[in-house]
Design a protein around this ligand. Structure first.
Ligand SMILES: [Zn+2]
Length: 444
């Protein structure tokens, strides 16, 4: 197959070139002539980008006692239609379950049911970690682990001491630790007794910015001491991004933010339906959001990921009277690429290469699969998005499930014409070519 005549975004920048695809991989990039029997995709006037990667997706799982609205079939359909060819979910070990059994349980939810490739991060919940099992899993390609500095009630909290000990053991294995950063002591100190259970804006007051900043400072010190690569998920404050920037000199630290922190503020939590946008960390004040946007435009984030965590409308609304019972999380998977394109390229005039770095190359590096994923180069998987960035404006759709839209009224000109997954055309004119065919593979 030949993708012909487009502007191809290679790791060395844009090239007017053709891309030859054979046996699921990229064979050649250059001025090429179709061979006899070659299928040709005309990319004239279009941009050819590496398939993008959302490294933070919750789907087909039970979170806070509720079954998530999105399954792998629905989440990955929307993902691939916007140019995402790999998503990463989370394996959270359950009581009485070995880590390997937890991994297999989650693999089973994605296997044969996904329209794009799927990876997972591992969250062991028993202490001490089963190190022989962990080492075997790392050797089999499970190279990312995730811990939380909060969520004591859910059994997910890890002390800094434990995080440090985990980092000491992960570092020599070449694995990486992802951390949800909100300092539990700070959160408990501000747990207001006079809680207004009818006002979603209370959530922002109860999970202050200082909690995030304090935890980020602590885990960066641990990364510096242990040499373990550290990735901070869903950074929501500009002060925490500044701590990461300062920490890069002495620690292997990276960070992500999610579109909702760049695009929405705590003002959206006011009113009758504010509870629908409750998430953790919470939406922040307008001044913080605007500093976060400036940081994103200046390249402060290694990557963007959604923390897609859609609950059904019924589950969200059941807690309207008492906000403490509202499940936290918002939809975002379908919004990642179009909204980041609008923000970074249309508004801040960054190049498509910046988008490809932060939505494809760097996420692939986080997952340990670069340049097999995240690059258009000979030998890489033929995961490609052929896009007209200046298409007709269309509404942004965050989820295909029965969940509330996070960005009602927003539009994007990001027009995905074709998506190739492992050399196979899975999307044409923005729609699945064969809706019943699930071509996604598991990366580990
Ligand atoms: Zn998450």
């Amino acid at each position: 197959m030949l993708v012909r005549g487009g502007t191809v975004w290679t790791p060395n920048g844009p090239r007017d070139a053709d891309v030859r695809v054979a046996n699921g991989a990229i064979a050649e990039v250059g001025r090429l002539t179709p061979g006899p029997g070659d299928e040709v995709i005309d990319a004239t006037g279009l941009h050819v980008l590496p398939g993008m990667i959302d490294v933070h997706v919750h789907a087909d799982d039970v979170v806070a006692g509720r079954t998530l609205a999105d399954t792998f079939p629905t989440a990955t359909e929307l993902a691939v239609r916007t140019g995402i060819t790999t998503v990463a979910g989370f394996v959270t070990q359950r009581a009485g379950e070995t880590l390997s059994a937890a991994a297999e349980r989650c693999r089973a939810t994605a296997r044969g049911r996904s329209h794009c490739d799927v990876a997972f991060h591992l969250t062991p919940t028993v202490w001490p970690w089963p190190w022989a099992e962990v080492e075997a899993l790392v050797a089999a390609g499970w190279t990312t682990f995730k811990l939380y500095t909060t969520y004591r009630e859910a059994g997910l909290h890890s002390s800094y001491e434990r995080i440090g000990r985990v980092m000491e053991r992960l570092a020599p294995l070449g694995a990486r630790l992802l951390v949800h950063c909100e300092d539990d002591e700070v959160l408990r100190a501000v747990a207001a007794p006079a809680f207004d259970a009818g006002d979603a804006r209370e959530q922002a007051r109860r999970r202050p910015e200082t909690a995030e900043v304090a935890a980020v400072e602590r885990v960066i010190e641990l990364a510096a001491c242990t040499g373990c690569p550290l990735h901070i998920v869903h950074v929501s404050t500009a002060d925490a991004v500044a701590r990461v920037a300062a920490g890069r000199a002495r620690a292997a630290v990276t960070c992500e933010t999610a579109p909702h922190y760049l695009l929405l503020t705590e003002a959206a939590l006011g009113g009758r339906n504010g509870h629908r946008l409750l998430c953790t960390p919470p939406l922040r004040a307008a001044a913080t959001r605007s500093r976060l946007e400036a940081a994103a435009a200046a390249g402060a984030f290694d990557l963007f990921a959604t923390d897609h965590c859609a609950f059904t409308k019924a589950d969200k609304d059941a807690g309207r009277g008492d906000l403490r019972t509202v499940p936290r999380g918002v939809a975002g998977i379908g919004a990642l690429v179009p909204m980041l394109f609008e923000l970074l390229v249309t508004r801040h005039h960054l190049g498509l290469g910046e988008l490809a770095t932060r939505l494809a190359a760097n996420p692939a590096k986080l997952l340990g699969v670069y340049p097999r994923k995240g690059a258009i180069a000979p030998g890489s998987d033929a995961d490609l998005a052929v896009v007209d960035p200046a298409g007709p404006p269309r509404p942004v759709v965050s989820t295909l499930a029965d969940a509330y839209e996070t960005y009602p009224g927003r539009t994007s000109t990001w027009d995905v014409r074709h998506v190739l997954l492992g050399g196979e055309v899975v999307v044409a004119s923005g729609a699945l070519v064969e809706p019943d065919r699930r071509s996604g593979r598991l990366l580990a």
